[in-house]
Design a protein around this ligand. Structure first.
Ligand SMILES: Nc1ncnc2c1ncn2[C@@H]1O[C@H](COP(=O)(O)OP(=O)(O)OP(=O)(O)O)[C@@H](O)[C@H]1O
Ligand SMILES: Nc1ncnc2c1ncn2[C@@H]1O[C@H](COP(=O)(O)OP(=O)(O)OP(=O)(O)O)[C@@H](O)[C@H]1O
Ligand SMILES: [Mg+2]
Ligand SMILES: [Mg+2]
Lengths: 255, 255
């Protein structure tokens, strides 16, 4: 669907959820009606978007099983322009195979994303790590993708694989555009971190890597502990500034 | 199989591969005949085990497709007592769905692990993040599991889910024992990191959390850049000491 932006990565723990949550908050702060969707059975968005303690958290699990209507699982957040569709009860279960089967059934995600695109200006999707079936389905139903890359040596080895994966999917979904690779958890005084960032920029076309890195800051970790997006909890932190700037860059680019 | 130890986590980027590679090297240094298996389509073990530049890297992909015999994909490493079974060609592909289907076909992993257990004293398995089909199959065919937990706030939220997942599998695989949760990337001077470590220890039975944390060190990142296990490249680094100690603890515990 035309307004759907997926956050994907092959490597784990690179900042997909942090990016999804903070981009969603940044757009919503600007008044863009946004829906943030969590298709990761891990369900981490629930802990990062600033929900009220004790707030009920049904989501995709309940919607796909028919227990809830879409209206009932589009949850309010501290921002007027942001609603969230969580993973739901799957996040408390230890077996993810059924959820994966359901959500990757042909047509299911396309239909869901179309529904959501009709109710918002922008849909942002947080995904599980890897290039498995769920991520493939998400990308087949999305128009935009961002790939976070953690500024560590392994980023260099995993980049070719994710670019190849994206190319495969563009072959079946012509409307998918890779908006860029986002360098995350960058440590400006750390020579290794700097070297990785420079190497990534040197080995990819300039327009494929966002100009501004997201720095590794204590504020992001504290916001995570507080269950909130850092752009809301600490808007002056350098990581917040980077995410707010990224949202502005994307708004212009995605039209 | 009795000698199979799986490294699993729900969260991405918590140090599964780093732990698998360094435990394997630590055991092999002690003369334990070890095979390290990589079932993660990301194939990161290839970049962390100290293979020679230009060394051919066939693996599970080629074995499952019938292109190579098992003997041909058990690769030598810098350590006499350590061989490695890599993920293989899947690591260069962008579509992981087929690999997942093949490797999770009933009986395939059990058979492979039995073969490997017959050729070594210990088999260590590195897995993809999450609790999807591949990880389930690995755990159904393993006798031991270790769960790395990164010392960050999200560790606290994801722990119940992985414990539940392990319990589900113990119900079908009685011989599976959780050897412990391993606190990784611990930063001793960082109050948040300390708080997470203390909270994990307080909220779980003592024998479920390994006594010694693995500290976050520059040496681990440098070893990763050099493509080697840190226990070989820098045995005196505190992270190496922690992994060498963990191997000794496990040797006693696993008999
Ligand atoms: N800029 C940053 N500064 C400091 N810590 C960060 C930053 N970005 C992310 N983190 C931390 O790194 C960890 C991993 O981030 P996150 O959960 O967003 O990654 P992910 O790619 O979604 O992981 P997964 O693969 O498990 O889905 C989290 O504990 C998060 O708080
Ligand atoms: N003790 C440590 N000190 C410093 N860096 C570390 C440490 N342990 C792991 N790392 C780094 O953290 C990153 C993630 O580690 P690793 O790849 O082992 O995690 P993983 O759980 O296997 O990730 P994935 O979910 O993608 O499989 C790597 O760049 C690694 O070098
Ligand atoms: Mg995530
Ligand atoms: Mg790994």
């Amino acid at each position: 669907a035309g307004k759907v932006l997926a956050i994907v990565s092959q490597k784990g723990g690179v900042g997909k959820t942090t990016t999804a949550v903070n981009l969603a908050a940044a757009f919503a702060r600007r008044g863009v009606r946004t829906i943030l969707v969590d298709v990761d059975p891990q369900g981490s968005v629930r802990y990062g978007i600033g929900l009220r303690p004790g707030q009920p958290t049904p989501g995709i699990t309940e919607y796909l099983s028919g227990d809830r209507a879409l209206q009932e699982v589009l949850l309010p957040t501290p921002l007027a322009s942001l609603r969230v569709l969580l993973a739901g009860a799957i996040a408390d279960r230890g077996d993810h195979a059924d959820f994966q089967r359901q959500i990757t059934t042909p047509g299911v995600l396309d239909e869901l994303f179309d529904e959501l695109a009709g109710r918002a200006d922008l849909v942002i999707v947080d995904t599980p790590p890897g290039l498995g079936a769920i991520v493939r389905r998400v990308l087949e139903a999305s128009a935009h993708a961002i790939v976070p890359l953690q500024c560590e040596p392994l980023a260099l080895q995993t980049t070719p694989q994710i670019l190849r994966g994206l190319q495969d999917i563009v072959a079946v979904n012509e409307e998918l555009a890779l908006e860029g690779m986002l360098l995350t958890m960058h440590e400006p005084e750390n020579p290794m971190s700097e070297r990785v960032a420079e190497y990534v920029r040197a080995s990819l076309p300039e327009d494929l890597v966002f100009e501004r890195e997201v720095p590794r800051t204590a504020a992001v970790v504290e916001a995570s502990a507080a269950g909130q997006p850092v752009v809301l909890r600490d808007p002056n932190d350098p990581a917040s500034a980077a995410y707010l700037d990224l949202a502005d860059v994307l708004r212009e680019r995605m039209g």
